[in-house]
Design a protein around this ligand. Structure first.
Ligand SMILES: Cc1cc2nc3c(=O)[nH]c(=O)nc-3n(C[C@H](O)[C@H](O)[C@H](O)COP(=O)(O)O)c2cc1C
Length: 200
């Protein structure tokens, strides 16, 4: 049992999502692999590299080899995890660009998903639980202008995640303490429900 903890915030100490994802991941009590996307510099993806990645194609082109270097690590981490905890700050109504690039890296046919009789089948059924902690300034989390939570939940289901929990850490224009207390209480509730299920 292991947890992949992914953070995307461009902030460090001040980040609300980082504080909450750490709290949640530690509460799960599994071994943790940290993947700090917010502090990772990715090479930019050219059109041709994106197409080749999307087709899981391996060609000896230096730029593509560099992208596969990242993609292979991310896919290994994903395939080894039973839980994924991810902090998703809403940036311009959707996920941070680094998280979108992570998605562009890991969504490879025959690797994380496949098509069977015209329907998509996720190959990451190792992922029992995904916890998405969404932070925002004013955009209500889960509302019609939050394209981040809905998008990332969909991606996780697409690759085979079984259960998805959304944690609302939105509204950082309010007092930070209030947001953290509310979100922690939701996390405590999720963790205690899971302990009950594990005991049964
Ligand atoms: C580039 C950028 C774009 C942002 N766009 C939005 C937005 O569309 N809607 C919103 O409610 N907040 C937006 N925010 C505010 C962040 O979502 C908010 O500060 C959140 O708390 C960031 O997560 P963090 O506390 O984990 O760093 C934006 C912040 C940045 C830096």
């Amino acid at each position: 049992m292991s947890t992949l903890l992914m953070d995307c915030s461009a902030r460090n100490e001040l980040s609300i999502s980082r504080e909450l994802t750490r709290y949640l991941a530690e509460g799960l009590g599994e071994s943790i692999t940290d993947r700090d996307l917010g502090n990772t510099s990715f090479p930019s993806l050219s059109g041709q590299d994106l197409i080749d990645l999307h087709n899981a194609k391996r060609i000896d082109r230096p730029s593509l080899v560099r992208h596969h270097f990242f993609a292979d690590q991310f896919i290994d981490e994903l395939r080894s995890a039973t839980s994924l905890v991810v902090g998703v700050p809403i940036y311009n109504f959707t996920v941070p660009a680094v998280l979108k690039q992570w998605v562009d890296y890991v969504l490879q046919p025959g690797v994380t998903f496949k098509y069977e009789s015209g329907s998509a089948v996720g190959l990451c059924d190792n992922l029992r639980n995904v916890y998405i902690v969404t932070s925002s300034g004013g955009t209500p989390v889960g509302g019609e202008k939050d394209f981040a939570s809905s998008y990332f939940s969909f991606v996780c289901k697409f690759i085979g995640a079984r259960n998805i929990e959304l944690i609302d850490a939105g509204g950082s224009k309010r007092e930070r303490k209030q947001i953290v207390v509310q979100a922690r209480s939701r996390i405590d509730q999720i963790l205690s429900n899971q302990r009950l299920v594990a005991i049964k």
